[in-house]
Write a protein that binds this ligand. Sequence first.
Ligand code: C2O
Ligand code: CU
Ligand code: CU
Length: 480
Amino acid sequence: TLASVTVPSLLAGCNSHDMSAMNMGGETATAVTEGSFTTPLRLLDTASPSGPLSAKSTTEAIVAGKNARVLGYRDGMLGPTFRVTSGATVDLRFLNALTEETNIHWHGLLVPANMDGHPAQLVGAGQSFNYTFRLDQAATMAWYHPHPHGKTAKQAYMGLAGLFIVETPTEKALSLPSGAYELPLILQDKRLDASGSPQYNPSMNDVMLGYMGEIVTVNGVASPMHSVATRMYRLRLVNGSNGRLYNLALSTGAQFWVIGSDGGLLSAPEGVTSLLLAPGERADLLVDFSSVPVGTEVYLKSNTFSGGGAQGQQAFNLLKFVVSKAETETFRLPARLETVTPLAASVATKTRTFDIGIAMQAMQGMNMTGMHTINGKVFSMNRIDETVKLGDTEIWEFNNTQGDEPHPMHLHGAFFQVLSRTGGRNALTASEKGWKDTVLVMPGERVRIVVPFTKPGTFVFHCHNLEHGDDGMMGNYQVA
Ligand code: C2O
Ligand code: CU
Ligand code: CU
């Protein structure tokens, strides 16, 4: 172990063996161990977006019968789901009841810069902060999590993450499956010790690949099951994992529909048989159980995929549905969902290019911090990397052609559309036909996005592999 490291949380496990695995594609991914799929899925409780909210140390039975020590925005892991109508005001009195600083970033909500949970806006241990903002955006499922630089990965991993659903009359008019037929789901993988508690002590391998666990949880429960009726279900998923990608599919191989993405509904449903979901991304899906015989078990699973190195080589189940009740379905898949006007590349006033990945110069001299960079630079809190004119639309290009790690790139303070992907998968996915705030850039890929900047202030953009972000793969941009 290196004695002189300065970021112990990320470097505790650095050794020469890890060094040899670096950037050679030789990383080893933690394999997933499936449980028995007998524990009922936890349905996340909802809360009003005005009132108190605290981050605290608490307990949760991630694995049935074992009381894990975790962090949460509630009594238990994760947080309440906020559900509001666009136009409403959010007013949360946040108390940091942790023993270290934290803050809250509203991932997917367009909020003023001073409410966005920039890593410079910290709330000290025992301190409070009022998150107050008025929402004005399309219907979508956003989420919230901490953003203290160097500690985001650990805090989110230990359980600080929650959902935030924004509704609009346009969406309501579609009468999409709701109530018991709408399931908001948080996917996170955990590495548990003998007591069933998640441990966060990343090795160098984990910094390269992202911290992965052998236990995949859905809403904080390992290998859960859920009884469904013969109806259409709306599954609203966020990949809240630090580094793991999920290639979502049904065990029957059946088609399902993508109806929405990070920033709202697509213009029309897109039928798919699998969908890759990277950390930070959301998927709004319709799954049709209406003609599945009662008694059938159908798993939501993750299929293998290419480009992700070792982690893409394993298929595993996430959640078991048991079709247990016959009901008559009257819902019809709408032909149109929402107006998504494509932004033309020609409206952009500027193109910026970002080389993302490992900077070899940062590795030299055994300075093991900040290997993950954007344009060769490690994040610096007070450096403005890009200056953008308020109201401008720009093309940002992420270039991962030199690297061998997937990087889900995320912008705060803006939604964007994906223009093109060359190299690697060479195509856009179904969910990339809508508004996004996080876009997956696989090894070998060059992805161009078109971004209208509508919020003034300083925001960060970063890789949502949380180990990469904490390692420095983040920049500041200022809209003025
Ligand atoms: Cu969900 Cu800056 O991230
Ligand atoms: Cu965000
Ligand atoms: Cu990354």
